[in-house]
Write a protein that binds this ligand. Structure first.
Ligand code: NG1
Length: 415
């Protein structure tokens, strides 16, 4: 059986989760003999936002919060999956190459996405009975949906006894999400499968490459939810897809402003050209808003390279300045922030963070702030007092405000 990396979840919560999942499984399906537990982590993207679907690099890290699935193989092609959150109804469907989707926004579509792609690409036909538990706050921009795809996909591969190359799976699962209608990139699936404990990871695309960078001692990443849901479907999906389309148009029009054969991809366009040259090209060939979308993509890519260097050199003040630059660019040029995210960034900065920015697609969800080990407490309490006190009846829970522990990639445990 394939192993999916070190099982990094040694905190007390993981034992609770495993016990809870096993009990729920027992209630619904009988004893989970020879069952397995697959855990796929969510992620916080440190910098490199709205670059992955343009084939440009990102710099995320996996977090302890994730999706766990306990399961037992069936002898047929049926998947029956219970969600421990009663708001999400149980699933039952058959694996095939063309699986009819649930209505838009249904959580089961992420499981169907994994099943359909694995049937097509790896011949998977064997179903399972399982229970899924999500610790990633839903609709928070921390990639809960991709963690569902990865966790249910790895469960299918285990029961199908089909070993698969992890890099290939990153591509397969990224493609799978087209099933739910998002024209996204490959960051979330790659980090969920490929993360290393204690490290962030620079991910490049086409071809996919992962470079792990150890997070220096004392660098503390605080994640704070705006409490504004960043829903994956509906209006937010439409704006997300609109941005991907704007980037495509900007590339085409900017390419026409060059002598010779126009480049077909952003990496081709940017190769050997400085940020200044690219911005001058944009000024000549693009009108608003495409000129601003293009400027975000180009400057954000440069910030990713600098941020990797800043982490190697253990210079958090430099990394923090890049985060603030990223947030401003996402707010003003890419127009994916909202007042609540801006407020969280301002509070974090005033309380002494090196930098802060929205993380994930935006339109709600979370921010990430970089602090020193010493100033983390001040930033956490400033956020609790200035943001959450007036919005929540009680102190924020570990779902809304937490220090992100850089975690390992998806793992498997025999129960
Ligand atoms: P979230 O925040 O999880 O919706 C989305 C995309 C990423 C990336 C970011 C923006 C998916 C599954 N996720 O993430 O690939 O484009 O937005 O940087 O499409």
């Amino acid at each position: 059986m394939a192993e999916y990396g070190p099982h990094n979840r040694t905190d007390p919560a993981s034992t609770d989760v495993s016990t809870r999942l096993t009990e729920t499984f027992h209630q619904h399906f009988g004893s989970p003999d020879a069952g397995i537990l697959i855990h796929a982590p969510g992620r916080v993207n440190l910098i490199g936002e709205h670059t992955d679907y343009n084939g440009l690099p990102v710099f995320p890290m996996a977090i302890r919060h994730g999706i766990s699935v306990v399961s037992r193989a069936r002898s047929d092609s049926i998947i029956r999956l219970i969600n421990t959150d009663p708001d999400f109804e149980p699933l039952e469907f058959e694996i095939s190459g063309v699986i009819p989707p649930y209505p838009t926004g249904h959580w089961g579509n992420y499981v169907k996405a994994a099943a359909q792609v694995l049937h097509r690409e790896h011949g998977i036909t064997r179903g399972f009975d399982g229970v899924l538990h999500g610790e990633v706050p839903a609709a928070a921009g921390l990639s809960s949906s991709s963690a569902v795809v990865v966790a249910s996909g790895l469960t299918l591969l285990e029961h199908g006894e089909t070993p698969a190359d992890r890099m290939q799976l990153m591509d397969d699962f990224a493609g799978a999400e087209a099933y739910v209608g998002t024209r996204g990139g490959g960051m979330d699936q790659a980090i969920s499968l490929g993360a290393k404990p204690g490290s962030a990871c620079r991910i490049d695309f086409a071809p996919l490459r992962l470079r792990h960078v150890a997070i220096p001692d004392g660098w503390t990443f605080v994640v704070a939810s705006s409490l504004v849901p960043a829903e994956k479907s509906g209006a937010r999906q439409a704006v997300y897809n609109q941005r991907t389309e704007e980037c495509r148009r900007a590339l085409k029009l900017a390419g026409r402003g060059l002598v010779g054969i126009p480049p077909g991809t952003y990496p081709e366009l940017m190769k050997g050209r400085s940020v200044e040259e690219l911005l001058a090209l944009a000024e000549r060939s693009l009108a608003d808003p495409l000129v601003r979308r293009f400027r975000h993509v180009v400057t954000e890519t440069d910030r990713v390279s600098q941020a990797v260097e800043a982490m190697y050199q253990d210079t958090p003040s430099w990394f923090g300045r890049l985060m603030v630059g990223s947030h401003e660019s996402l707010r003003d040029d890419y127009e994916v922030s909202c007042p609540e995210l801006d407020e969280l960034v301002d509070i974090s900065m005033a309380a002494g963070a090196f930098g802060a920015r929205l993380t994930g697609a935006g339109f709600g969800g979370c921010i990430v702030a970089l602090t020193s080990a010493d100033s983390a407490a001040a930033v956490l309490s400033a956020l609790a007092d200035s943001y959450y006190a007036s919005r929540l009846d009680q102190a924020p829970s570990g779902q809304e405000l937490f220090i992100a522990a850089p975690s390992g990639g998806a793992s498997r445990t025999t129960l």
